[in-house]
Design a protein around this ligand. Sequence first.
Ligand SMILES: Nc1ncnc2c1ncn2[C@@H]1O[C@H](COP(=O)(O)OP(=O)(O)OP(=O)(O)O)[C@@H](O)[C@H]1O
Length: 263
Amino acid sequence: MTNTVLLSSSLGLSPIKTTLTKNCDLGIKRSKFCCQIKWRNEQRNIIRAFMAPTRNLGHDGFPGTEFTESSKSGNWSKEVKHEDDSDVLIECRNVYKSFGEKHILRGVSFKIRHGEAVGIIGPSGTGKSTILKIIAGLLAPDRGEVYIRGRKRLGLVGDDEISGLRIGLVFQSAALFDSLTVRENVGFLLYENSSMSSDQISKLVTENLADVGLKGVEERLPSELSGGMKKRVALARSIICDITKESIEPEFACGSLDGPIRY
Ligand SMILES: Nc1ncnc2c1ncn2[C@@H]1O[C@H](COP(=O)(O)OP(=O)(O)OP(=O)(O)O)[C@@H](O)[C@H]1O
């Protein structure tokens, strides 16, 4: 089961609906102040959003993104006051990241709780993917910390090693292996690192593809798919661990095959 959903999206010229459905291939509806994600027949509101300022990071002198929290009135759920932090899955605490002279993130702090669907929203280049990569352990922050279920993340280590929480990423570019079929792409982790039979993996691959709305494409190569289909395949690959966690060798279970995101 998907516990928490974290999405990143550019705002601006493209409406959220377009950007998110293109990037994530989740069924997303947007009304004036409300985003919804339909995921495995479960309808969820994006209940909180972290907004980056509407300035272009590529310009010199940009001071870096802090991601202020937006909880607009209207259909956005009001922020609930939490009595304790026992349900916090992910916490970014005062995270800084620069690439050379470019200061991308400047003191980003937020908490994501169990069951939440959270959007990270901002113009292109403001560091949305960067913070997601830091959360997933693909990048190290220059300063600050990321905590997964209360335990500090120290670089790229297996999810099981720090928390047992699996983090799946779907990159914007899908990042499929061009020479492998859809079946081999989706089942990659299992073919390489599990004790499951080919038939079992094949069945799981078909089920996961059906979950993202794809049928009968198992033997196709990525070059034979549309852009949206590639994203769905990447999503299927990132969620296959959901139902197979007992079958994967722990040292290979970091799960981040690919960037928006599902936790
Ligand atoms: N590895 C890197 N080396 C140098 N610069 C980088 C690197 N990764 C990201 N950047 C720069 O950091 C800035 C933020 O990039 P990031 O991908 O996080 O933006 P984003 O908000 O996700 O953008 P988009 O909405 O266009 O995907 C950009 O200016 C980008 O060029």
